[in-house]
Ligand binder design. Structure first.
Ligand code: CTP
Length: 407
């Protein structure tokens, strides 16, 4: 982590996959964000990208060899490992991932990995079958357990013509994730955070549903802020038009019942559960298989019988052992009174309330203003972008979580 005012120093490891051709672009993206970058190539990486190109964009001499006497004399590899604020390996091939996961230090990059105490980020890139292979998945899990942040891979068409997960995420996304993460104090390091976000949809027939105006933005911003603070984040998302922040596990759901199942399955593994989703309180009593025709209904008013959905956050907070639970409340009147009552009724450790009657904050807005209410007090956060609110909330939640004796 950065401790003084120097530019963030990044060791960019490049291994031998086709995506290595994007490495100069990644160097550019990192440098635009103020980073000082030293590229480190594996032997095979040099087959896809030249040292000359990297030297030109990084303005630092790329390193390739453990046995390069001249480079070692200028800065030895242990010194280089200490110099780094972060190690980013992009692309990370299946072979490199296997070597890292097993602590094999047989070249400069793998040696630096073992020698550094800086946070490590890897952006895997490989054929979909190689990515899905049990051995690769085992290695990835091992690296996650060792504290490595895995960025991607993305889904899409691959150089080999196949389709699926395995593509390296774009250089810009890597640069964003890394620079945000190393600039943020890791107040949630080692914790597992489960977050719900967005609305749910409760179908009446195949084309009609009951839902609400939640955009999911605040929940996604919170997921990203928690990741940047060092948490391993699982995001259970209702139907929203938002892309998944890198390094976060996302589970898409549609209805409240699907959301409940996804949360119930994962809550036992979570240290903190943040229920940001605007879960529909009711669903149609009957879900029709076919589109309802107007002629099927009696003339005039059409009444839909509704059935109550189970309360997700209440079902998690009410049973021990349970994670540290934070709820959200969107209110249009008496926000503080309603939220205090809700926190007690649902046995939540804390609740975040916002006043959605104010059009400048809440639902479709990119800004928000909230109050965090917990057993020991209340903290007001004035109007600011949802990302900034998320960062502040993560700090507050981390403090509460630690003082609850769970951290
Ligand atoms: N919540 C939930 N499951 C539900 C309904 C709500 O987990 N079926 C969670 C939300 O994610 C939020 C908190 O409960 O964290 C408060 O949601 P809200 O809809 O404001 O609560 P309600 O009890 O439905 O209160 P209201 O009477 O205001 O609708």
């Amino acid at each position: 982590m950065q401790t003084d005012n120097h530019a963030s120093r990044i060791l960019l490891g490049i291994s031998g996959g086709i995506a290595a051709y994007k490495a100069p672009l990644l160097v550019r993206n990192l440098r635009t964000r103020g980073a000082d970058v030293v590229p480190v190539l594996t032997q095979n990486a040099s087959r896809f990208v030249t040292e000359t190109a990297l030297q030109a964009v990084a303005d630092n001499r790329p390193r390739t060899e453990l046995w390069d006497a001249e480079a070692e004399a200028a800065m030895g590899h242990i010194e280089l490992a200490r110099w780094a604020d972060a190690v980013v390996i992009a692309p990370a091939t299946a072979n490199l991932i296997a070597r890292l996961a097993n602590g094999i230090a047989d070249d400069l990059l793998t040696t630096l990995y073992l020698a550094t105490t800086a946070p490590v980020f890897i952006a895997p890139a490989m054929n979909v079958k190689m990515w899905e292979h049990a051995a690769t998945q085992r290695n990835i899990q091992r690296l996650r357990d060792d504290g490595v942040t895995v960025l991607g891979p993305a889904h899409g068409e691959q150089a080999c013509g196949e389709f699926g997960p395995g593509r390296m995420i774009e250089p810009q996304e890597i640069a964003e994730a890394v620079t945000a993460a190393i600039g943020t104090p890791r107040v949630l390091d080692g914790t597992r955070v489960l977050i719900t976000a967005g609305p749910t949809r409760e179908f009446l027939d195949p084309v009609r549903f009951i839902s609400n105006r939640s955009s999911g933005r605040q929940g996604f911003a919170l997921a990203e802020a928690a990741r940047n603070a060092g948490a391993e984040v699982t995001l259970v998302a209702g139907p929203v038009h938002l892309s998944t922040p890198t390094g976060i596990e996302r589970i898409d759901v549609v209805s409240a019942r699907e959301m409940k199942d996804a949360v119930t399955e994962r809550a036992p593994d979570a240290d903190i559960f943040v229920s940001v989703a605007a879960v529909a309180d009711y669903r149609p009593h009957t879900v029709h298989d076919q589109k309802l025709k107007k002629s099927q209904q009696q003339s005039g008013d059409f009444r839909v019988a509704l059935k109550e959905n189970e309360d997700i956050v209440g079902s998690i907070a009410g049973v021990e052992p349970r994670p540290f639970v934070v709820g959200f409340a969107a209110e249009t009147e008496n926000p503080l009174e309603y939220a205090r009552e809700k926190r007690r009724r649902k046995c939540m450790d804390a609740i975040v309330v916002n006043d959605v009657s104010d059009a400048a904050i809440g639902f479709d807005s990119s800004d928000n203003a909230v109050t965090l209410i917990h057993a020991g007090g209340e903290v007001g956060l004035p109007k600011m972008p949802k990302g900034a609110i998320a960062r502040r909330l993560v700090d507050e939640i981390a403090t509460l979580y630690a003082s609850a004796g769970r951290g």
